[in-house]
Design a protein around this ligand. Structure first.
Ligand SMILES: Nc1ncnc2c1ncn2[C@@H]1O[C@H](COP(=O)(O)OP(=O)(O)OP(=O)(O)O)[C@@H](O)[C@H]1O
Length: 403
């Protein structure tokens, strides 16, 4: 039934101890005093910390929740609690229906059994009869695209092959709830694409929880997102763009970094928009459609006759979203015959980048791009102020007509 609540998480908390010896000591003490889940009401003993803290949410059939957050935020711990692999210290989890899970690479597989034997084992654990599994096994092998290796022990599979088999089993067994940790990242791009489509299909009848550090993947499959920080729920929203924006805010700006043969250098750098001027190391704030002027002073070593300049703008995912090359049409090649510093200015008109922080790299290359003389990364930042959030690199101001 569409809209039926399949997952209900109420006040779930889980604490761990940072030190193994102390953790064992607490375990013994708890056993002796017969106290199960000691201090679950909030007090932590020395060296303990909350890996998951007071998490509450409901997920319905047809919903896909993206769990995001920095390393160690508590995402996998929460998934393990949902999947029943570990018990919470406080709170309750109610799961309705059959649960398919892909949590740790190779988890749920017996390494000495073949892929085919593992399909039957997993199917049986999920409550399918042998006959039912017989009817699904070909679809699983075809989905995983590992037919030639299906009778090989799983311990000899590559990481990608394990994840292919794991996802194929979890998805083809028609679960009501599908839980996927970031293991999908080890699959190649073709398989990841296939998985995202399969998740889209499954969502018609299932509730999906998906952990990923890839925000484009989160945008692609999720209709809700929860941002976790130090075990807590910072934001739970169906505005994916907003959740992702907050996620990116958790990370600090990268350091300026210079690589290349160093036969050229950027002596000065400035970005200008309206009355704002920022120099190397600064951040300029612009609005959609604004233009920027970039002024550069560069110096080539005497033996370098010519060079070209390139500006690359990267988004928060560290994907290049814009490339400006001086040797392209109406551009120029630097002539170093006088061996003096060169002042260069480039105007970037009508910037329609997606919202958020972008970093700028300046590259000085041989004109045919065969040598990189200097590559100055994170030289400055551009912050695009825009309310709309999108997964695209550019939000294009198209001209629309309505008849
Ligand atoms: N069995 C354990 N014993 C002690 N601490 C643990 C245990 N499992 C996890 N932790 C700790 O709990 C915290 C949350 O870990 P968790 O694996 O849930 O983070 P995560 O958000 O999934 O991180 P990542 O993005 O790196 O996968 C971390 O500080 C981790 O060291």
């Amino acid at each position: 039934m569409a809209g039926e609540v399949l997952i209900k998480v109420e006040g779930v908390s889980k604490k761990f101890c940072k030190d193994l010896k102390t953790s064992l000591w607490y375990g013994v003490k708890d056993l002796v005093f017969g106290i199960k889940g000691h201090n679950s009401d909030g007090e932590l003993r020395p060296k303990e910390f909350w890996a998951v803290r007071d998490i509450n949410f409901e997920l319905r059939r047809g919903e896909c929740l993206g769990l995001i957050g920095h390393n160690g935020a508590g995402k996998s711990t929460l998934l393990k609690i949902l999947n029943g692999l570990i018990n919470p210290d406080a709170g309750t989890v109610t799961m309705r229906g059959r649960v398919g899970a892909l949590i740790e690479l190779g988890a749920g597989f017996n390494p000495i059994l073949t892929g085919r034997e593992n399909i039957y084992n997993n199917g049986a654990v999920l409550g399918f009869t042998r006959k039912e599994i017989d009817s699904k096994v070909d679809a699983i092998i075809d989905f995983a695209e590992i037919r030639d290796f299906i009778d090989m022990p799983v311990q000899n599979y590559s990481s990608g092959m394990k994840v292919r088999l794991g996802f194929a089993v979890a998805a083809q067994m028609e679960p009501d709830i599908l839980i996927i940790d970031e293991v999908l990242a080890v699959g190649d791009v073709g398989f990841r694409f296939k998985c995202l489509n399969a998740i889209g299909e499954l969502m018609k009848n299932s509730a999906v929880i998906f952990v990923s550090h890839s925000m484009p993947m989160i945008y692609r499959v999720c209709n809700e997102v929860m941002l976790m920080k130090a075990g807590k729920n910072m934001i739970f929203t169906n505005n994916i763009g907003l959740g992702v924006k907050e996620y990116y805010k958790l990370f600090k700006k990268g350091q300026e970094n210079i690589v290349g043969s160093r036969e050229a250098k950027v002596e000065s750098f400035e970005l200008i928009s309206g009355d704002q001027i920022v120099h190397a190391g600064g951040m300029i704030e612009i609005h959609h459609g604004d233009s920027l002027i970039c002024n550069l002073k560069i110096k080539l070593e005497a033996h370098i006759p010519k060079a070209s300049v390139q500006l690359v703008i990267w988004n928060e995912e560290m994907l290049p979203v814009m490339d400006v090359m001086s040797q392209e049409k109406e551009g120029f090649i630097i002539d170093n015959s006088e061996n003096s510093s060169q002042l260069i200015s480039v105007r970037l008109t009508d910037l329609y980048l997606n919202n958020g922080r972008h970093t700028v790299s300046v590259m000085i290359n041989a004109p045919d791009l065969s040598v990189s003389y200097c590559r100055h990364d994170n030289i400055a930042e551009i912050y695009m102020v825009l309310d709309t959030a999108s997964a695209a690199h550019v939000i294009y101001p198209a001209k629309w007509d309505v008849n």
